[in-house]
Design a protein around this ligand. Structure first.
Ligand code: AMP
Ligand code: MN
Ligand code: MN
Ligand code: MN
Length: 286
């Protein structure tokens, strides 16, 4: 595996506004401490963290905060994530988009809880909502609830048995199609980035199909530099981006400080041939 290095850009990370463990302020402070000079906060289906941090007025010139999101979608019966960077996240149009994803998330939660109850698991939805607070409520919250209530020994087991890919709690029917998520981002002035392609367990042929469908829908960048991506895939994706003129992105997908494999600002080196999303974003900023 290619050694992660420290970067001045972090383009994929989470706060308490979704399933991260740090408040948006603590995450921003950590970025400052790590010499991250450009931070894109990409909470699941919400840009509330960006709006909140901006309103606090505590941002420093050393670290620029960019509006971002990680939208949930489905593609060929799988759940696929699309990162968005640079949308106008204060517009009523964008807020309507967030509201749509919140409805989808609520519907999905209801279905997940129904299916888990059938398996004999007991989950109090009000306790779950309290736990998630102002953040979008996702499967990691359910995992933690199951651990705290003594029904599962740890979070990894909860995903392995109930919540992970292909398990009973992996419900994705409520999510918009991939092309719709891309259009939501592009239609709000953002760049759509295919998130962590190595996580979908696709054959090379399926991966090519996903890349084609994604770029046909208006997707303009792909995460190529992810900490846990196998070298073979990273090279293949970098070659694809160079050939097709698709931009390369990357990021740690940081959720919490105690996971050394997803450390804020650390991920593999940028490839030398393909266009970089970071260069493009800087060229747009006036
Ligand atoms: P959701 O937004 O509810 O679909 O939850 C997806 C999130 O669950 C991901 O962003 C990860 O943070 C987490 N996750 C997904 N798969 C696993 C896994 N196998 N183990 C631990 N966390 C996971
Ligand atoms: Mn997550
Ligand atoms: Mn993701
Ligand atoms: Mn993520």
């Amino acid at each position: 595996m290619f050694e992660p290095i420290s970067h001045s850009w972090e383009l994929h990370c989470h706060s308490l506004f979704s399933d991260g463990s740090l408040s948006a302020q603590a995450l921003y402070d950590l970025a400052l401490e790590r010499d991250v000079r450009h931070l894109v906060l990409t909470d699941h289906d919400t840009a509330e963290g960006y709006r909140w941090l901006t309103e606090q007025g505590q941002l420093q010139p050393e670290c620029q905060l960019w509006p971002g999101v990680e939208l949930s979608s489905q593609w060929q019966g799988r759940s696929v994530h699309v990162v968005g960077v640079g949308m106008d996240v204060t517009s009523p149009h964008w807020r309507q988009i967030e509201a749509r994803y919140a409805v989808a998330r609520d519907k999905r939660l209801e279905r997940i809880l129904f299916l888990l109850a059938r398996e004999g698991l007991n989950i109090d939805v009000d306790a779950l909502r309290t736990q998630a607070g102002a953040g979008t409520l996702g499967r990691p919250h359910i995992a933690r609830y199951l651990v705290d209530s003594g029904q599962v020994k740890d979070s990894a087991t909860a995903f392995k048995r109930w919540l992970g890919n292909g398990k009973v709690g992996d419900v994705k029917q409520s999510w918009p199609e991939l092309a719709e998520a891309v259009a939501d981002i592009a239609g709000s002035g953002g760049v759509a980035v295919l998130a962590h392609p190595h996580r979908y367990k696709l054959t090379w042929r399926k991966l090519d199909q996903l890349l084609t469908d994604f770029t046909d829908a208006g997707g303009r960048a792909v995460e190529v530099c992810c900490p846990a991506m196998p070298d073979a895939m990273r090279k293949r994706l970098a070659a694809y981006c160079a050939q097709e003129g698709v931009m390369v992105s990357g990021g740690s997908d940081f959720h919490q400080p105690d996971t050394p494999w997803a450390s804020l600002g650390r991920y593999p080196q940028w490839p030398t041939q393909a266009p970089l999303l970071t260069d493009w974003l800087l060229s747009q900023a006036v």
